[in-house]
Design a protein. Structure first.
Length: 162
């Protein structure tokens, strides 16, 4: 971990979150490289959720909008997101939620498969949401389905990490 980044962590708890991010990122990076998979690591959560870097894709796990920021822009606000937080804050927030997951039993292959499967499901919901024929009531059902699916993905990742 970069020294500067280490110094910005206010507590040992934050430092642990940042270290977990590094571990996740390194694990998935080496997996993607080994199997020549065309996915990219999200700069906020460390999961391989990005299909095309710096193209404002929204991560299905942490909702970071990938504007191309990396560790060099950690403390700059992301104006592309609906929540104006820095990448550092995103990383801490999502890291907080996944901190309890044991990282020693990472199963990179299955996690990647799971993410892909869920991305397709998210796409179907979004397509319906943005369709001209969709009524206001349908939209609210879509939103609910989206949230449920997100929760399911999260639980699914946790199981795969055990
Ligand atoms: Zn993410």
């Amino acid at each position: 971990m970069k020294k500067e980044l280490k110094n910005r962590a206010k507590t040992s708890h934050e430092l642990k979150i940042l270290q977990n991010y590094e571990d996740r990122k390194n694990l998935f990076e080496s997996y993607l490289k080994q199997y020549e998979e065309l996915s990219f690591i999200c700069a906020s959560c460390g999961y391989p959720t990005i299909n095309k870097p710096a193209s404002y894709e929204v991560c299905s796990i942490c909702e970071w909008e990938d504007n191309g920021y990396n560790d060099n822009q950690l403390f700059r606000f992301n104006h592309a997101t609906h929540e104006p937080l820095t990448l550092f804050e995103y990383r801490i927030n999502i890291g907080e939620q996944i901190l309890s997951e044991p990282k020693t039993f990472f199963d990179a292959k299955n996690i990647i498969l799971s993410i892909k499967e869920y991305e397709n499901k998210f796409d179907i919901i979004l397509e319906k949401y943005y369709s001209k024929k969709t009524t206001k009531k349908d939209k609210s059902i879509c939103e609910q389905n989206f949230q449920n699916l997100k929760k399911e993905l999260f639980d699914n990742l946790k199981i795969r990490l055990k």
